[in-house]
Design a protein around this ligand. Structure first.
Ligand code: GUN
Length: 284
């Protein structure tokens, strides 16, 4: 039986550490501020944004949600970003992705002041991650690292296999594991003998976006299995990229879905916003 990595509990611990720091910052007259831009009415995005707003309230931040209609033009959206860049009470800016058709993600990401880019999606912040002197870490991969650290799983010298090469998860995930001296392999849809490569992993991170993609034959006995996926199975039930029932008896440690990586992403967003607020007030 695998050790269950409890993302809900670890996220709650991290958020309470952040709340304690916010209490101290407020004594200095600083309230961290996060602005979240939501364009259009995608229900999943609405839920994510609502959860971010709730998390802001819980840790004592000023959270501001900016709802724009799906008909917003690129220039109007960029103007909103520029206004937020100029505000001193807003330390972090996040534009919920994906954007409705006709709007270009990359132009919006490029317009966000890198110092306020709490997603760490701006090319300048991505560059810092490559060099290893980053201020912000992208929330989901950083959340995975926090789970690994707080579960006392060593990365150094381990074979880490990341399935998925997205800019948001797979690529930065690989860099963070590499920074901790893991031996990293990135797999993707064109990888040959995927199961055989995954079976070599001491730490396997699944970020494919396909329900129950990782099956028991892809997992080495005793491996740590981290599931980044949020999917629906054939019955409409929430499930990850890993076939949990089949893999759990083989793995050494595993994250559940829900309650694994998911709760960590928002906690790391709060952490990045706190860091941004401290930096913009000359405290780090
Ligand atoms: N959409 C899904 N995940 C994310 C994320 O981490 N950041 C942003 N901005 N949009 C997302």
């Amino acid at each position: 039986m695998a050790k269950l990595i409890d993302g809900k509990a670890i996220s709650a611990a991290l958020r309470s550490e952040i709340a304690a720091e916010v209490t101290e910052l407020k004594k200095k007259g600083i309230t961290p501020g996060l602005a979240v831009i939501l364009v259009g009415e995608d229900p999943a995005s609405q839920t994510y944004v609502r959860n971010k707003q709730k998390a802001c309230e819980e840790v004592g931040f000023h959270g501001e949600q900016i709802n724009l209609p799906a008909t917003t033009t690129q220039e109007e959206l960029l103007a909103v970003v520029r206004e937020l860049n100029a505000r001193t009470d807003i330390h972090g800016i996040l534009c919920q992705l994906p954007l409705p058709c006709g709007l270009d993600d990359s132009l919006v990401i490029a317009a966000i002041d890198p110092k306020k880019d709490v997603d760490a999606f701006h090319a300048e912040n991505v560059g810092h991650i490559m060099i290893g002197d980053q201020q912000f870490l992208p929330c989901t991969p950083a959340g995975v690292m926090e789970l690994i650290h707080r579960s006392e799983i060593a990365v150094e010298g381990k074979h880490c296999v990341v399935i998925g090469r997205s800019n948001i998860v797979g690529k930065p995930m690989a860099m963070l594991l590499l920074q901790e001296n893991g031996t990293v392999t990135i797999c993707h849809s064109r990888t040959r003998d995927l199961a055989q490569v995954c079976r070599q992993a001491d730490i396997l991170v699944a970020a494919v976006g396909r329900a129950k993609f990782v099956t028991a034959d892809m997992v080495k006995p005793g491996a740590t299995v981290i599931d980044v996926g949020i999917n629906r199975d054939e019955n409409g039930k929430l499930c990850g990229d890993v076939d949990f029932a089949a893999v759990e008896p083989i793995a050494g440690a595993i994250t559940p879905v829900p309650g694994g990586v998911g709760p960590m992403t928002i906690a790391l967003l709060m952490k990045n916003t706190l860091t941004a607020a401290k930096q913009q007030n000359g405290l780090v």
